[in-house]
Design a protein around this ligand. Structure first.
Ligand code: M6R
Length: 596
């Protein structure tokens, strides 16, 4: 979703802003803009479409002189993706960029800004005019900021230029992600650390309803009521090269092929000196004290969560429910007496998850976040955090985070109580080797994608039990990047309706890794074949039959999702590639979904 960068220092700001915005491109956007301040004059430039369009317009930043500025990539929420709606937005004195949604913008327009002429359809412009209105009535800028914090309902991360204060930059945050980057003679604002990591690895957290005043030399952080807060910086453990594509044509391909290394890293990070795996005992104690676990997540992370439910129930014998965050928050099921909540989120910023986290914390329940981003909102606000150690995931389509989430959930389950005596160190090492072997078959996946998917209008993934859960993830992967309408079905459910959709040559991809239902799925394959389906089968070696298209080496039966998903990730990648789709940035999607 929208990305924000701000810079105040001694270097030319525009190239720094463009470079920061390029690091936020992965979040998804449809227009971009910058405002650069040279003394008291501010130049604003915007362009619809790729960041390159904006960069070309301002000669890579050279055309805009000034050492202070703010930049934005916009993912449209209020109003179409047009130049007029692109940020920055401004009033006479204030220029702002915004990530989030102001829920009471109509009421604010009506109450304060009846006579104001607006140039865009955005809720953001309302904020610029409110600041103007409040300062016109005699408030200082900090007081006007406190005033908007008390008035605005919804989510906002803001970077603000006040034309009357050439040596300062302002940042405000509520619910949307925002960090302050700190350097020797400069300071920055960014939606995440990646946007600033080439300049600094020192960051200040800024919490909800706080604001910051930045100058070249320092950063002051205040509560929404104007009380100064003393806060230390923290160091982000991020390597700039982790955010580069290297020789890979796409981040998605790179991230698929990083999966063996990610599994090995998880084993290393969660190992004691003795080599034994361990998880913080406080987390384990809290889980052991609960009577039921609720896993809350969205999209791919939810798909990892349903596998996690199986793992925790099967390995640790603790009742567990996996819930879609956006459903759970407004339609909460009857909870057990002593629940514990596990939030799974690659980004750690997903607004739907955060809405649940805020609610269950108010209810006094214990919370754990499993995330890839240390210091992210969900990580900071939960009682406990477990990190995925997957390295930055840039492609919108999540791949290595999914496998990392399942690996960490398996580890967690085995530490709660290992009722089936699974040797996870050994089993996950094996998984890592099996994925590595799968990664040597790129040509095969490319040919299969061409034969089965590239010209297809729709597609079905079928499987049972854990295989069904992989089907849900596999179908999300294929649809989100190739735009082929794909659904994942429990194979046994086909005959209850869906089989009516099978026509001559409809691609059906079956996944078989579970011994107890292997033969049932084979029967379902026969049923769809006899109705004309073009069936591609992915099976494990011990359950394979001669004509299966992709055969995956065996791993522990509870861990099969970790390996069965990999061919499906490749099939999605190659189908999208052959269709000429924008693989790393699929249409309409954002990497970090920071609005509900
Ligand atoms: O950052 P999160 O894991 O919380 O994100 C959740 C979903 O938005 C995400 O998994 C989404 O479904 C991916 N695009 C799927 O590839």
């Amino acid at each position: 979703m929208c990305g924000i960068v701000g810079y105040i220092g001694n270097e030319q700001a525009a190239p720094i802003l463009l470079e920061g915005l390029s690091k936020l491109e992965y979040r998804g956007y449809d227009s971009a803009g910058v405002a650069v301040c040279d003394g008291n004059s501010v130049a604003i430039e915007k362009a619809v479409g790729k960041l390159l369009n904006l960069s070309d317009k301002i000669s890579g930043g050279d055309a805009l002189k000034g050492t202070k500025g703010i930049g934005h990539t916009r993912w449209a929420t209020h109003g179409k993706p047009t130049k007029a709606n692109a940020h920055p937005h401004f009033s006479e004195r204030f220029i702002i960029v915004h990530n989030g949604i102001i829920e009471n913008e109509e009421a604010l327009r009506h109450h304060y800004l009846k006579d104001t002429e607006f140039l865009s359809d955005t809720d953001t412009e309302v904020i610029a005019h409110l600041l103007q209105k409040f300062t016109d009535s005699g408030e200082t800028t900090p007081v006007a900021i406190q005033h908007i914090i008390s008035e605005l309902e919804g989510s906002y991360a803001l970077a603000i230029i006040d034309k009357n204060e050439p040596d300062l930059l302002y940042a405000v945050k509520n619910k949307s992600p925002l960090l302050i980057g700190h350097g020797d003679d400069f300071n920055m604002i960014g939606s995440d650390a990646m946007a600033m990591i080439s300049k600094t690895s020192q960051f200040y957290e800024i919490n909800d309803k706080e604001y910051a005043i930045l100058s070249c030399k320092g950063v002051e952080i205040y509560t929404g009521y104007g009380q100064k807060i003393e806060r230390d910086t923290y160091k982000a453990e991020l390597d700039v090269s982790d955010t580069e594509k290297g020789t890979y044509p796409h981040y998605m391909l790179k991230e698929i092929e990083e999966q063996p290394a990610v599994i090995r890293r998880i084993l290393k990070e969660y190992s004691k000196n003795t080599g034994e795996l361990e998880i913080d005992t406080k987390i384990i104690e809290d889980i052991r004290a609960c009577d039921k676990i609720y896993i809350v997540a969205c999209g791919t992370s939810y798909h990892a969560g349903i596998v996690g439910k199986q793992l925790i129930e099967h390995i640790a014998n603790v009742p567990t429910e996996a819930c879609i965050a956006s459903e759970f928050v407004y339609n909460m099921p009857l909870l057990s007496k002593k629940p514990m909540f596990i939030f799974i989120s690659q980004s750690g910023e997903t607004a739907d998850c955060r809405a649940v986290l805020v609610k269950v914390k108010e209810m006094g329940f214990k919370t754990l976040t499993i995330t890839n981003v240390n210091g992210s909102t969900l990580s900071r606000e939960a009682d406990h955090t477990l990190l995925l150690y997957a390295g930055p995931e840039i492609a919108v389509a999540s791949t290595k985070a999914y496998t990392a989430q399942i690996a960490v959930l398996a580890l967690l389950a085995s530490q709660i109580k290992n009722t089936i005596n699974i040797n996870l160190n050994y089993e996950l090492s094996k998984v890592s080797n099996v994925i590595e072997a799968l990664c040597t078959d790129r040509d095969k996946y490319s040919l299969l994608a061409r034969d089965y998917l590239t010209g297809a209008r729709n597609c079905f993934y079928i499987g049972r039990a854990l295989d069904y859960y992989v089907c849900l993830e596999a179908s999300l992967k294929l649809k989100e990047i190739s735009y082929i309408q794909t659904e994942g079905f429990a194979a046994g459910e086909l005959k209850h309706g869906t089989i009516a959709l099978i026509e001559n040559n409809t691609p059906v991809i079956s996944i078989i890794s579970q011994e107890n239902i292997n033969l049932n799925t084979r029967s379902n394959i026969k049923e769809v074949k006899s109705r004309g389906a073009h069936v591609l089968t992915i099976s494990t070696k011990s359950l394979s039959s001669q004509k299966d298209n992709i055969i995956v080496n065996d791993v522990h039966e509870m861990l099969t999702p970790l390996v069965m998903v990999v061919p499906a990730q490749y099939l999605a990648y190659y189908a999208a590639l052959q269709k000429g789709c924008d693989i790393d940035k699929p249409r309409n999607l954002a990497k970090s979904v920071t609005v509900e």
